[in-house]
Write a protein that binds this ligand. Structure first.
Ligand SMILES: Cc1cc2nc3c(=O)[nH]c(=O)nc-3n(C[C@H](O)[C@H](O)[C@H](O)COP(=O)(O)OP(=O)(O)OC[C@H]3O[C@@H](n4cnc5c(N)ncnc54)[C@H](O)[C@@H]3O)c2cc1C
Length: 421
C-alpha cells in the first residue's frame, strides 16, 4: 500500500512532471478528476470530491440519463413502492455541487496517456480516474441463458427496465402459477437480496394470487439471514415458498424460454414466471481494461481503493474484491467516501485518514416487517475485515420490525441524497 503524505505526493508529482506524465498539480491548474459510473459508488465519489479541499474539476461520466435503484426494487415488485420513487437524475449533482455530468458510454481507458474514450467519439483527459461500473452477467454460464433470453426470463438484477419486465410478468401470471427463482453462486450483488425478493413476491401473491407458489433453486446450501427469512416465510406465507439448496438439485443446467422449462441435474421444472439470475463479474469496462483479476473482480488497496493492477485508477462499489464487505449500495457509498478522502489526500490537501467502512442491509420480509444485518469494518493486514457485527433476531416484536422498516426507508432517502445530491 502506498502511504502518501503531502511531501511525498509533491515529490512524486514533481518526478512525474519530469517524466512527462500528467500528474495532478497542487499549485497550478485544478486536478481533473473523472469518475466513470453514476451508481451509488460513482455518484458518491463525485459528490464528495466536489467538496474536497483540493482544487479540482470533477466530471462524472454515466451511460444512462437516469439511475434506477436496485435497492428497494423488491418493494416495487410487491406493489409497496412506485417505480418513479426508485428513479434519480443527475441534475442536482451538476447544479448544486458543480459536478460536470457527461452522459456517454466509456469504451476504453488509456492509463498511460490518462485519457478515456467515449462511445459518441472523442474523449476526456484526467489526472485521477475512478471506475465504478457495477457488475456484468456471465451470459451462457447456464445453457440457453444469453442476453437475448433475459427479455423472456428476466434477471431483474439491475434497476429499470428489467424490474418493470418482471413485474409485468408477475401481474400477467394466472393465480395458481409457479414463480421459479434461480440464485447464482457467490460473490453476488446484495447477498440477502434474492431472499427479500422471495418474501416480496410472496407478499404480492398473498394479496393478489393466493393459490400461487414459489420455487427457489439456490446455488448455495445456506444464505444470509436464513433463520430470519425462513421464519418469515413460515409465519407470513405458509406453504408458499419451497427453497432447494444446491446439494438437493445439483445446480441449474439449462433454461428453455420457449417451453418455459428450467432443468437441474435430474429434473425439469415448468414455470409460469422465471427469474434466473446469471453469475456475475465486475462490470464489462473493468474486464476490458485490465482492472479485473482472473476471477473477474477488481483487487484494490482498501486504504485508497486504488487498483492493484492499474496504478492511478481507483475502483469502487460492486466491481471490487471487498474483503468481508458485501456488495451493497451501503457498502459502495461507504467505500466511495474513503476513496474521495484518499484522493483528496493524494492531491495534497489533507493528511491521509484511517479508512473505516460501514454496512447495514435491511430486508423487507413483509409489510412493515424488516430485518437487518450489518457491521463496521477496518483494514486488518491489508484486507477489509468486519470488527463489529449485528443482526436481527427471530421472535422480535412487531414494533421492532416496524421500526426496522422505518429505518430502512430513512436510509433509502439518506443514501439517495448523499449520492445524487
Ligand atoms: C434486488 C436488489 C436489492 C438490493 N437491495 C439493496 C439494499 O437494500 N441495500 C443495499 O445497500 N444494496 C442493495 N442492493 C445492491 C445495490 O443495488 C448495489 O450494490 C449497488 O447498486 C452497487 O452500486 P455501484 O455504483 O457499484 O454499481 P451500479 O449501481 O451498477 O452502478 C454502475 C453505474 O455505472 C454505469 N456504467 C457502467 N459501465 C459504464 C461505462 N462503460 N460508461 C459509462 N457508465 C457506465 C451504469 O450505467 C450504472 O449506472 C440490491 C440489489 C438488488 C439487485
Amino acid at each position: 500500500m502506498t502511504r502518501w503524505t503531502r511531501r511525498r505526493f509533491g515529490a512524486a508529482a514533481g518526478a512525474a512532471a519530469l517524466a512527462g506524465i500528467a500528474a495532478p498539480s497542487m499549485a497550478a491548474a485544478a486536478a481533473r478528476l473523472v469518475i466513470i459510473g453514476g451508481g451509488p459508488a460513482g455518484a458518491t465519489v463525485a459528490r464528495y470530491l466536489s467538496r474536497a479541499s483540493s482544487k479540482c474539476q470533477v466530471t462524472l461520466v454515466e451511460a444512462e440519463p437516469r439511475y434506477h435503484t436496485c435497492f428497494f426494487s423488491n418493494l416495487y415488485l410487491s406493489g409497496l413502492r412506485s417505480f418513479e420513487s426508485l428513479s434519480h437524475g443527475y441534475d442536482a449533482l451538476q447544479a448544486k455541487h458543480g459536478v460536470t455530468i457527461v452522459h456517454d458510454k466509456v469504451t476504453a481507458i488509456d492509463a498511460t496517456a490518462r485519457r478515456i474514450s467515449l462511445a459518441s467519439g472523442g474523449g476526456l483527459d484526467y489526472d485521477r480516474l475512478v471506475v465504478a461500473p457495477g457488475i456484468a452477467f456471465r451470459w451462457n454460464a447456464i445453457e440457453g441463458l444469453d442476453e437475448a433470453a433475459s427479455q423472456a426470463v428476466p434477471h431483474a438484477w439491475r434497476g429499470g427496465a428489467q424490474m418493470q419486465l418482471l413485474r409485468r410478468q408477475l401481474e400477467a401470471m394466472d393465480d395458481g402459477g409457479l414463480f421459479l427463482m434461480s440464485i447464482p453462486p457467490d460473490p453476488i450483488r446484495c447477498p440477502p437480496g434474492p431472499y427479500e425478493r422471495v418474501s416480496m413476491v410472496a407478499c404480492y401473491f398473498k394479496r393478489e394470487k393466493p393459490k400461487s407458489k414459489i420455487l427457489v433453486l439456490d446455488s448455495k446450501n445456506s444464505f444470509p439471514k436464513q433463520e430470519l427469512f425462513q421464519d418469515a416465510w413460515n409465519r407470513l406465507y405458509p406453504g408458499v415458498v419451497e427453497w432447494l439448496p444446491i446439494d438437493f438439485h445439483g445446480g441449474v443446467k439449462s433454461v428453455d424460454a420457449v417451453a418455459r422449462n428450467v432443468a437441474v441435474a435430474n429434473e425439469t421444472f415448468t414455470y409460469s414466471v422465471a427469474n434466473v439470475i446469471p453469475p456475475h463479474s465486475a462490470g464489462t469496462l473493468a474486464l476490458e481494461v485490465g482492472l479485473a483479476d482472473d476471477k473477474g473482480w477488481c483487487p484494490v488497496d482498501p486504504a485508497t481503493l486504488e487498483s492493484k493492477l492499474v496504478p492511478g485508477i481507483h475502483v469502487v462499489g460492486d466491481a471490487i474484491v471487498p474483503g468481508e464487505m458485501p456488495k451493497s449500495a451501503f457498502a459502495a457509498n461507504s467505500q466511495a467516501k474513503v476513496c474521495a478522502m484518499a484522493i483528496d489526500a493524494l492531491l495534497g490537501a489533507r493528511d491521509p485518514y484511517e479508512a473505516r467502512f460501514f454496512n447495514t442491509c435491511w430486508s423487507f420480509v413483509g409489510i412493515d416487517d424488516a430485518v437487518k444485518v450489518g457491521a463496521s469494518y477496518r483494514i486488518v493486514e491489508g484486507k477489509i475485515k468486519a470488527v463489529e457485527k449485528f443482526i436481527s433476531k427471530v421472535g422480535e416484536s412487531a414494533e421492532t420490525r416496524k421500526q426496522g422498516a422505518r429505518q430502512a426507508e430513512a436510509w433509502y432517502a439518506a443514501i439517495s441524497a448523499d449520492a445524487f445530491g
